[in-house]
Write a protein that binds this ligand. Structure first.
Ligand SMILES: Cc1cc2nc3c(=O)[nH]c(=O)nc-3n(C[C@H](O)[C@H](O)[C@H](O)COP(=O)(O)OP(=O)(O)OC[C@H]3O[C@@H](n4cnc5c(N)ncnc54)[C@H](O)[C@@H]3O)c2cc1C
Length: 399
């Protein structure tokens, strides 16, 4: 893995910085600062995606032939760093980081030709239909059924915890096409039109009062067989491949962003006449979290190097997912402690993008409690920490 920066990389960084200084408007920055969970608000995320797409930069990690940038590993790293530095909004991962790579790996030529350009442009917004009320960690127990009917399947059942289903026009979903043999062997992978008759979406409001999750119901929903990815009853291989991309979600970028926010607030927080940033206990905790973040960042670079060499992320994505979600929760805890009394006021309106209501306390403090609450779910979303550790034990350590 070559991460040494060249003179060309310095020029690339300067170009990116100049572009971002123009492109990330104050409204986009405001929205990025107010993001409190995995999900950016949809309007800013899609606006930012459109801006990047116009430059051909919406999916730097995709192969160039499908719309990737062809950037080197260090250029991609610089771009991610500079986007964080410029306070650019986050993109929605289900389309660009999950569905796209899955289609590149397993889709038919027709599926790639139809869906990949629409993912890049933001014309299609995808959600993930894996979990069900009785199938989470034990995903292969899923019961949503797809029964063959000529050129179509008829889908019945329900999915739960479906992030951003309220905005999505497409869902990639696991369905049961057979009850014979091992439960993993009767699963197929379908692309479902969320506007098809028989699909209903019900909101689930989380502990931080935000609407990110949903319950999705299917009643006799007709899905063309042309929308199946992979062979019938072989959806489990596709599902696992996609999960490797989902779990490899460059957590270090968010860690750095949140650590930066904490440091900014600590500079404004006096303790015994000096800023908190000079206090040894705080400095020690901050340093430990920065070191953990750097370790995660270097491991992420290793995965990116594998991707550049045409390999899949592999089980290391489970290790990274478990590590980065754990460190994120420690970072959030430090944030709440640094916010102190200002962590107490309940002021959701102050976190609405574009709303100028003055917050109670410093602006830097308002997001810490909602972030702390939302991010409790990070050791569950995408597969719980226990499941990730079991994968590492079994697949990487051979235990
Ligand atoms: C914020 C958020 C967003 C999500 N978004 C989506 C989405 O968009 N699409 C989607 O399909 N799903 C989504 N999910 C669902 C997520 O994938 C599941 O919640 C997760 O896989 C855990 O399943 P479960 O909730 O059924 O918990 P369970 O599987 O019931 O687990 C409960 C507890 O038991 C532990 N446990 C279970 N089995 C084992 C075992 N074998 N060994 C050790 N411990 C075990 C778990 O670690 C957990 O602590 C989301 C979840 C969250 C929190």
């Amino acid at each position: 893995m070559d991460m040494n920066l060249s003179a060309g990389d310095d020029a690339f960084r300067a170009d990116m910085r100049a572009f971002l200084a123009e492109a990330v408007t104050n409204d986009l920055k405001d929205a990025a600062r107010k993001r409190i969970s995995l999900w950016q608000d949809i309007d800013s995320a899609m606006e930012w995606q459109r801006i990047l797409h116009a430059k051909g930069w919406a999916a730097p990690d995709w192969p160039e032939e499908y719309g990737g940038t062809g950037w080197t590993l260090s250029q991609r790293h610089i771009f991610a760093q500079e986007c964080t530095r410029a306070e650019a909004p986050a993109l929605i991962p289900m389309s660009l980081r999950m569905c796209g790579p899955m289609l590149i790996g397993y889709g038919t030529d027709a599926q790639k030709a139809h869906y990949l350009p629409r993912i890049l442009s933001g014309e299609d917004i995808w959600c993930q239909g894996y979990s069900e009320p009785s199938a989470g960690s034990d995903l292969a127990s899923l019961a949503t059924s797809a029964v063959s009917d000529g050129d179509d399947y008829i889908v019945n059942g329900a999915k739960i915890w479906t992030s951003y289903a309220q905005y999505a026009n497409m869902m990639f979903a696991l369905v049961r096409t057979s009850t014979e043999g091992k439960k993993q062997e009767g699963i197929s992978f379908l692309l479902i039109d969320m506007k098809a008759p028989g699909v209903t979406v019900q909101p689930i409001i989380n502990i931080a009062s935000s609407h990110e999750l949903n319950h999705v119901f299917f009643e006799d929903v007709r899905v063309p067989k042309a929308n199946r990815v992979g062979d019938e009853n072989d959806g489990w291989s596709v599902a696992k491949y996609l999960l490797e991309f989902e779990r490899f979600a460059i957590g270090s970028v968010e860690l750095r962003r949140n650590l930066g926010r904490i440091e900014a607030l600590a500079k404004l927080t006096p303790v015994g006449g000096a800023p908190l940033t000079t206090e040894s206990g705080f400095r020690l905790r901050l340093a430990r979290l920065k070191i953990e973040t750097t370790a995660i960042e270097i491991s992420e670079q290793r995965v990116l190097a594998n991707l550049s060499a045409g390999k899949r992320p592999g089980p290391v994505s489970s290790m990274l997912k478990a590590a980065s979600s754990n460190v994120l929760q420690q970072v959030d805890t430090l944030g709440v402690e640094v916010a102190g009394y200002y962590a107490a006021p309940f002021q959701p309106e102050a976190l609405e993008p574009g709303v100028n209501t003055p917050p109670v306390g410093p602006e830097q403090a308002i997001s810490f409690v909602p972030m702390y609450l939302s991010n409790r779910a990070r050791t569950i979303a995408g597969g719980s920490a226990e499941i990730q550790r079991s994968i590492v034990a079994k697949v990487m350590l051979g235990l």
